[in-house]
Ligand binder design. Structure first.
Ligand SMILES: [Ca+2]
Length: 544
């Protein structure tokens, strides 16, 4: 069973071999592995240096039919410590294999807890293998045992969604299975069961964090959902026939990067001061109702003006949609996007794309991928697609994927904590949809109960790509805030975000240039009218 392991069958007793030997005495769950392992006095694998322990590490029978395919040692780099990466798979069906990875730091580094890292888009990659995901989960993440998966497929796009098993894995089962696999491996590797288990994810990974609270409420002590894409089918059915069809129906409606910059400057000029300080950050998003009529081209179209069709594109970005397709929880429609996204990279990345002809904005590609799936036509395109004709297949997808069940009482009653963060200018998935969802949770469970275990925090002038003229979302360290809440009962009500120069850590040594409080939605940082505008203490969280 462990042919390549140097310790297999030796008296030194590799814990994996030990657990296999004791398999007839113990139920091979993660808990029982710990109970069995704990009774054995031999040293855990992690008492050896990783370079020695990792190459041939194997463990006993894993839950959910998981098998280890290989291990690799990843050297320390930057904030990332040296880890032993255990890779494996769970073959759920011919249509869905979950590829997973568990990252094990040295025993002297491990903080005794696990962190499930969610993916993004339609997944199909292992997030912990991607430096961006390792960056956005925050500096405190790197002492955890991290685990993640491709969510059950490696294929790009959404064609795999025809399989119910693949859908279910992607929606919530893959993370649940891998959590139990990773917990068993950690218990074996370190000789003790993880004390806490957290989930952090962004976009679809934020959705999977919320899906866990709804489907496997005892899995996590806390989940951090960054800009969660909780209503993906509402996104697909509502954006296609409205804003995206308008933008991509003719070049005169499409905004080039230069025109996006023109609009962003004008919107910032109009709305910047509504939060009490002209600092390039649109804090008071709710009060910003700017319409760029003065930018209307008087003569020929050029980069210093907007056509009527382009002004209509801007209006549609902010407008609520109400395409008559009813989805899970009776949901219909999709809110507009929050102000401030034009000054981030979001409008180009998610709405307009780099060129009109390529039609390769993320939203265009995502809506088209869903249209192709529900039509069963790989050539389907949103310009012709009528989602109202595909109510049933969209509902099927929504019932599985959308994380909009307001009854998360089991998660709360198990002691779980929920921390949502959103950049107000997100132009991929609307901040207002998640705000609506949290309202539905309050209606179901009562506002005071929800305040005891959940927060939705926002930062202005950040988008889905986490950039923009606002502060750096990664500087908040949402995971550290969650851990303080779970371990010490300190609710995340006084968090501070920092802006650095340069904004990109890869561009060189970063210097902090300003800080702002991170406010609970719908409050925003309002300048007190006095005090250093670079300091968070000069701002108050205000609803007006
Ligand atoms: Ca401002």
């Amino acid at each position: 069973m462990f042919p390549s392991h140097p310790f297999a069958g030796t008296a030194s007793g590799h814990p994996g071999v030990r657990a296999a030997t004791l398999g007839t005495l113990c139920t091979l769950t993660a808990l029982a592995l710990t109970a069995c392992g704990g009774s054995d006095s031999s040293a855990p694998v992690a008492s050896q240096p990783l370079a020695q322990a990792c190459p041939s590490y194997r463990t006993a029978t894993l839950p959910h039919g998981a098998t280890i395919t290989r291990t690799e040692l990843r050297a320390a780099e930057g904030l990332l410590p040296e880890v032993c990466i255990v890779r494996g798979e769970i073959v759920s069906s011919p249509q869905s294999t979950i590829h997973w990875a568990v990252e094990l730091p040295a025993g002297t580094v491990w903080n005794g807890k696990t962190l499930t890292v969610g993916g993004g888009a339609f997944d199909g990659f292992i997030p912990t293998d991607d430096p961006w995901y390792q960056h956005i989960i925050g500096a405190s993440a790197h002492t955890y045992v991290k685990m993640s998966s491709d969510s059950g497929h490696l294929a790009p796009g959404f064609a795999w969604g025809a399989s119910d098993v693949a859908l279910r894995n992607h929606a919530f089962d893959a993370n649940h299975f891998v959590l139990e696999v990773g917990t068993a491996i950690a218990a074996d590797f370190y000789g003790k069961r993880p004390a806490r288990r957290y989930h952090i994810g962004h976009s679809n990974g934020g959705r999977s964090a919320l899906a866990a609270t709804q489907n496997y409420p005892k899995d996590y002590d806390g989940v951090v959902a960054m800009e969660p894409a909780i209503s993906q089918q509402a996104h697909q059915t509502n954006l296609g026939p409205t804003v995206l069809r308008h933008i991509f129906s003719k070049p005169e409606n499409w905004l080039s990067p230069a025109k996006i910059a023109l609009y962003a400057k004008a919107e910032t000029q109009a709305c910047d001061g509504l939060d009490g300080l002209k600092d390039g950050i649109i804090g008071n998003v709710a009060a910003c109702t700017y319409v760029p009529t003065e930018l209307l081209c008087k003569g020929a179209d050029n980069d210093s003006c907007l056509t009527a069709g382009q002004i209509e594109s801007v209006r549609l970005i902010y407008a609520s949609k109400d395409v008559p397709v009813t989805l899970s929880q009776g949901a219909r429609g999709y809110p507009g996007f929050g102000r401030g996204g034009a000054a981030t990279s979001d409008w180009e990345a998610y709405v307009f794309g780099p060129s009109f002809e390529a039609r390769d904005s993320f939203n265009y590609m995502a809506v088209s991928a869903a249209a192709r799936l529900v039509e069963g036509n790989p050539a389907a395109d949103l310009l012709q697609h009528d989602p109202t004709r595909y109510q049933a297949p969209y509902l099927r997808l929504a019932n599985m994927i959308d994380a909009t069940n307001p009854d998360i009482s089991a998660f709360a009653d198990n002691g779980g904590k929920l921390l949502i963060w959103y950049g107000m200018g997100d132009a991929c998935v609307s901040v207002y949809r998640t705000a609506e969802y949290l309202d539905s949770v309050r209606q179901r469970l009562g506002a005071s109960k929800v305040q005891g275990f959940a927060r939705m925090l926002t930062s202005p002038s950040n988008g889905h790509n986490l950039d923009g003229p606002g502060t750096d979302p990664v500087s908040i360290d949402l995971l550290a805030a969650m851990d303080a809440w779970v371990e010490r009962g300190t609710a995340p009500d006084r968090l501070v975000a920092t802006r650095y120069e340069p904004a990109d850590p890869r561009a060189g040594q970063q210097t902090p240039v300003l800080q702002r409080p991170v406010c609970e939605y719908p409050k925003f940082p309002r300048y007190d009218g006095k005090g250093d505008p670079a300091k968070a203490e000069s701002f108050s969280c205000s609803a007006v």
